[in-house]
Design a binder for this molecule. Structure first.
Ligand code: SF4
Length: 310
């Protein structure tokens, strides 16, 4: 059996969990290609115009798998539905709707799982029920989930330890963005590449000790926050902001959670140069590089401390 995974949004939040689960059940995983112009244009074509760029790109990745499914014998495309982690911890509503949108947009076979603690659908239950629906025994499905979860935890720990060692560098820049934004070839990659080409040491706010154990550090910036993935980014800001020369926020247009949270946080961070990049589908790279160049110039001015946005 072969399962297709769109290389966008939720897949980046769990880079090991989904793949390991399928592999442990003996299912081959096929990823969509890296984001390219065709994927972007297909995403725009299949999406409602008012949705965020990240969501549009997701649909472009699904279209990429749908196109390849017959040639590469992909049996199902996997679109998880992740909603609530507890009553007060949820994710952006775009994640709730992915499966339904894809099912109603494309002609292909989809499989899903439903993580929604508000109706007692735990992650454990969701994975085990997916394994059973795919024809595997209860015990094998449990084993696959437990081992995949452990592999994801070990991956998180390794990423975190590697990043902490990198902090010894004195050219640290903190990038605050969801993993599906900072690692996407169209959205975040040009920014990260520019920084690395200029010998900066990129620190990612989503890789922090909060992903190893629950952390309430984010409450020092926002007590009321209930979006799980934004909480994690704020935990990263709390952990790294005093160890970096500057901070770059990257979000996509139009993003409700990031617009609210980033704006609030940027006003609270003092004495640190900040660049706030909001990328949309028309973003010309010339404008992006001009802003990055002027930000780097500020950082290089003999470490003069400058507050506010560039
Ligand atoms: S958090 Fe923002 S970028 Fe992410 S899916 Fe929601 S609206 Fe899109």
């Amino acid at each position: 059996m072969k399962v297709g995974l769109p290389k966008a949004m939720i897949t980046y939040e769990y880079p090991v969990l989904y793949t390991r689960f399928f592999e442990l059940l003996g299912i081959e995983v096929v990823f969509s290609e890296d984001t390219n112009t065709k994927i972007l244009n297909d995403g725009i074509k299949y999406s409602a115009s008012e949705t965020c760029l990240a969501n549009k790109i997701y649909l472009g990745h699904v279209a990429n798998l749908v196109e390849r499914k017959d040639k590469e014998k992909i049996d199902y495309i996997f679109i998880p539905r992740v909603a609530f982690f507890d009553k007060k911890e949820t994710v952006c509503v775009k994640f709730y709707a992915l499966y339904d949108i894809c099912k109603n947009t494309f002609d292909a076979k989809f499989i899903t799982l439903n993580v929604d603690y508000s109706c007692k659908e735990t992650e454990f239950k969701a994975f085990v029920s997916l394994g059973i629906r795919l024809g595997f025994k209860f015990s094998k499905s449990v084993m696959a989930y437990v081992r995949a979860k452990k592999a994801q935890d070990e991956y998180n720990k390794k990423e975190y330890n590697t990043q902490v060692k990198k902090l010894l560098n004195n050219k640290n820049i903190l990038v605050v963005a969801h993993p599906y934004i900072e690692h996407d070839k169209y959205i975040g990659y040009p920014v990260i590449k520019y920084l690395k080409d200029n010998k900066y040491n990129v620190i990612y706010s989503d890789v922090n000790k909060g992903i190893l154990k629950s952390s309430d550090e984010y409450k020092k910036l926002s007590k009321m926050l209930y979006w799980k993935y934004n909480k994690n980014l704020l935990n990263g800001i709390m952990e790294y902001s005093d160890k970096v020369k500057g901070i770059i926020f990257i979000s996509t247009f139009p993003c409700g959670p990031d617009a609210m949270v980033n704006d609030l946080v940027i006003r609270k961070i003092k004495n640190k140069p900040i660049l706030n990049l909001v990328i949309d589908e028309q973003d010309a790279s010339a404008g992006l590089y001009t802003r990055l160049e002027s930000f780097v110039d500020i950082l290089e001015q003999n470490n003069i401390v400058v507050g506010g946005n560039v």
